[in-house]
Design a protein around this ligand. Structure first.
Ligand code: BJ8
Length: 430
């Protein structure tokens, strides 16, 4: 791939040499984790292809459209209202923030004791190895956690950055009104950047586009709830990750094609793990590409991850925007309603999230929860205390893992996961 796209990468000012090192490492990592999986659905071929072209074909597609005037908005968080971005005639992509590769560059500037996701994305912009960053005309950030909001100040020195202020008590009328003003201001910003007016008709169409994507992901999620699960946790995670990079219309169609195949597997009783394999839900911080660390460790033990209670997972697709009303303002309110239901740990209080984990544990017949926190993520780490209490009350075993993107602690995590699975096995026998 490196030769084929070299001119493209030069045109978006990438560090070609460093990027080659990243691409080689990524290819090997993917090959060693994903390709040896047995009994993968045939329709995963498309998603393998997307990964192989994630720094090539998709970047060409975005830049070909940019040449025709279509802007690219890069984002980090599921609170960035993508319906508005598409209604403004732009593309939206998730920016790289899931790899250890860029962390040393970030640590040359930022404090080391910061969340790896933040260091990763800042490092990717600094070292110019993320083609999505390099293709973005605007980056949209949000005031969720303190680390992110302070790093956006530094990021704005490197790339045009717009920050949406997120109220942390969205259930109050005050919070909703505040959010509505922020969404309205973002709409004006998008119109300014793209030169396109957002109309009610355009917004309705983009709401439908993104709702369809969320519905397809929900359909996939519901299929994973079957026992045995017809698809592996690694593949489920990969599709959730790709949802932030691929063209939404094409992606939706491909996920639905995959779901057709999985429905047949369910009818035939075909699964990817042993029938009695422990069923695990991972709850916590999002896992951006290529963060496959925990899933690969858990899967190697023979257990199945059946769901991710995460923004790269259920928090992204559970609720839809209800396209109520015919004016732009009514539709903006519909967006506020939907987005304020996403239970990020930056909200306080955040009981909706605990209720959602309890409900998922029931729906997915989970044998246990692995509570996943990135190092120095105070919001998810502290909220883990309440989640732990709630799981204890329901007699659902929970293991807390706090980690970063390096593989240094992988053997310890594996040992802890194995011990956790023994507890689950003992409980099942009792
Ligand atoms: S809505 S989870 S995508 S903020 S892991 S950077 S919170 S210190 S990513 Fe998130 Fe939006 Fe919330 Fe979802 Fe900070 Fe924690 Fe790091 Fe995090």
């Amino acid at each position: 791939m490196s030769e084929k796209y070299i001119e493209l990468w030069k045109s978006i000012d990438m560090d070609i040499e460093k990027h080659n090192i990243l691409l080689n490492a990524l290819g090997q990592f993917y090959g060693s984790i994903y390709l040896p999986q047995k009994n993968r659905p045939q329709k995963m071929d498309y998603f393998n292809w997307v990964v192989s072209e994630v720094h090539g074909g998709r970047i060409k597609e975005l830049n070909d459209q940019r040449a025709l005037g279509k802007k690219v908005v890069g984002a980090f968080c599921v609170y960035a209202p993508e319906e508005l971005v598409f209604a403004a005639g732009a593309n939206m992509v998730g920016l790289c923030g899931g790899a250890d590769f860029s962390v040393p560059d970030a640590e040359a500037v930022l404090p080391r004791n910061l969340c790896p996701l933040i260091k990763s994305f800042y490092g990717f912009r600094l070292n110019r190895t993320c083609p999505y960053f390099q293709s973005s005309d605007l980056v949209v950030g949000e005031t969720t956690c303190d680390g992110k909001k302070k790093v956006y100040e530094l990021l704005s020195e490197l790339i045009p950055t717009y920050v949406i202020e997120i109220p942390h008590r969205p259930d109050t009328q005050q919070g909703k009104e505040f959010w509505h003003k922020e969404v309205e201001a973002f709409k004006i910003k998008l119109e300014e950047v793209t030169g396109n007016k957002i109309t009610a008709e355009g917004l309705k169409a983009s709401i439908e586009l993104i709702n369809n994507k969320r519905k397809a992901l929900k359909r996939l999620s519901d299929l994973r709830a079957h026992s045995p699960s017809p698809i592996s946790g690694l593949d489920g995670l990969l599709i959730n990750q790709i949802s932030f990079m691929d063209d939404p219309k094409r992606f939706t169609e491909k996920v639905n094609n995959l779901c057709d195949e999985l429905e047949q597997r369910v009818k035939d009783g075909v699964g990817v793990a042993a029938k009695n394999a422990p069923r695990i839900i991972v709850a916590g911080c999002p896992m951006a590409v290529p963060n496959w660390k925990l899933h690969s460790i858990v899967q190697a033990t023979g257990a199945t991850i059946v769901s991710e209670e995460s923004c790269v997972g259920t928090r992204y697709f559970t609720d839809l925007v209800e396209p109520k009303g015919d004016s732009v303002d009514e539709l903006l309110w519909a967006i506020v309603e939907k987005y304020s239901k996403i239970p990020c740990a930056c909200f306080t209080p955040n009981d909706r999230r605990i209720q959602s984990i309890e409900a998922l544990a029931g729906q997915f017949k989970a044998d246990g929860i692995i509570y996943y926190t990135l190092q120095n993520c105070h919001d998810y780490n502290v909220e883990g205390v309440k989640v732990d209490r709630a799981m204890k009350a329901k007699d659902i075993p929970m293991l807390k893992i706090e980690t970063d993107y390096s593989m240094g602690d992988a053997p310890q995590i594996q040992t802890r996961v194995e011990a956790f699975l023994e507890i689950i096995a003992g409980k099942k026998q009792a």
